[in-house]
Write a protein that binds this ligand. Structure first.
Ligand code: NAD
Length: 361
């Protein structure tokens, strides 16, 4: 009965997603869509998503040189520009009907706890882009915020109460990265209230999936654990290092849900300048994450807990009451399903790299 209920609920959510307005319902196929940070994980997936829907004019921008982009979509104008420079932001927005800002210097806990200055400097990107978008007469502007904007005092327990949108204030965001997001949210809100630029603001909770960072220091927990399990299997050293004691909890959203959510949030007028959670509400501990990856890989590893490694807040989950109310939808991909696809992709990347072929990380 429970299985039937789940299937019913999922098909209802799919119907609701179809009923929500999206870019295809509101734009002409020749309107210019600008996607910032497109050499990275989420904006790369968003570029592919819009391209697959037949949008003929997409401008994808990233500061990384083109050979380092995770995905280069054929037929898309792909530009290498540093958007923290004002002139580049102006050039980026010229002629655009919609602008999606997903450009930021970011990474997992290992990165954002160590490189706070880099994280804070992303404020320049959003500051220049909102002004340039406003001056260029852009109709809709999307900003990718983060669950790190929430008050850290509410995230001290692994059995955390899920975070709802009002929990960002009184503010005590994650130092560096979280404060940058909170300030940039406010910039987006005021550009709507004072200047009429329609802004959309989604607070992402950990996103994972193929074509994401999986090595090099910026990767997040699901990708890092997949890589470590693949390495352990390949080298025969059947152990794994886990950051913290493994009791930390998070929720993880599959990339396909993320791009669909971005599209629906951007085109929902009731959500103009209103920050909203975009995340899964399936709470997973790091130990459970390791269990799941071991199951997918068909191995059992000896666990070594590194209590000195960065571990972030004790627990964090997304309260999806508001998004369900607004869109009659929430991210639905079961974690095990998305993780299996991610594991398979990272495994392929791992062996491609070993064979000297080009890879994402
Ligand atoms: P990512 O690192 O894969 O992509 C970000 C891209 O922005 C990178 O390719 C980077 O080169 C580019 N960039 C950085 N500075 C730039 C600049 N000055 N000019 C042009 N491009 C620049 O990260 P992602 O996971 O795709 O994240 C996208 C957005 O979503 C970011 O704003 C991030 O803060 C936010 N977010 C992501 C997650 C997640 O779990 N991945 C969670 C919360 C929020």
């Amino acid at each position: 009965v429970e299985g039937k209920d789940n299937i019913l609920q999922q098909s209802q959510e799919r119907m609701a997603a179809m009923a929500n307005k999206k870019a295809v319902d509101m734009l002409d196929k020749n309107d210019l869509i600008v996607i910032c940070g497109a050499g990275g994980f989420i904006a790369g997936a968003l570029t592919r998503y819009f391209h697959q829907q037949g949008f003929a004019r997409i401008r994808a921008i990233d500061k990384k040189p083109l050979p380092q982009w995770y995905q280069v979509v054929p037929g898309v104008e792909s530009l290498c520009m540093d958007l923290s420079e004002k002139d580049n932001a102006v050039q980026a927005c010229r002629g655009a009907r919609e602008v999606y800002n997903l450009a930021a210097d970011m990474g997992g806990m290992g990165f954002i706890e160590r490189f706070r200055v880099e994280c804070l400097r992303s404020v320049l990107i959003n500051t220049h882009l909102t002004e340039a978008a406003y001056r260029a007469g852009v109709e809709r502007y999307f900003f990718s915020s983060s669950a790190c904007a929430y008050n850290v005092q509410l995230q001290k327990d692994p059995n955390v109460r899920a975070l709802k949108e009002s929990d960002a204030y009184p503010a005590m965001a994650e130092r560096g990265y979280g404060w940058e997001k909170l300030f940039s949210e406010m910039v987006c809100q005021e550009y709507w209230h004072e200047r009429g630029l329609k802004t959309a603001i989604a607070r992402f909770h950990n996103v994972y999936g193929p074509f994401g960072t999986w090595d090099g220091g910026r990767e997040k927990a699901p990708a890092a654990i997949c890589r470590k399990v693949i390495e352990a299997k390949d080298t025969g050293r059947m152990d794994i290092e886990i950051w913290g004691d493994g009791s930390q909890t998070r929720s993880f959203m599959y990339i396909d849900d993320c791009v669909l959510g971005i599209d629906m949030i951007t085109h929902c007028d009731k959500l103009t300048a209103v920050p909203i959670n975009l995340g899964s509400c399936e709470l997973i501990s790091i130990n459970t994450l390791v269990d799941l990856v071991e199951q997918i890989a068909g191995v059992k590893l000896q666990r070594r807990y590194n209590l000195n490694a960065p571990r972030g807040v004790a627990g964090r989950n997304s309260d999806n009451t508001f998004i369900k109310q607004m869109l009659s939808w929430e991210p639905t991909t079961p974690f095990k399903t998305g993780l299996t696809k991610t594991y398979q992709w990272i495994e392929q990347q791992y062996y491609d790299r070993k064979a000297g072929r080009r890879t994402v990380s």
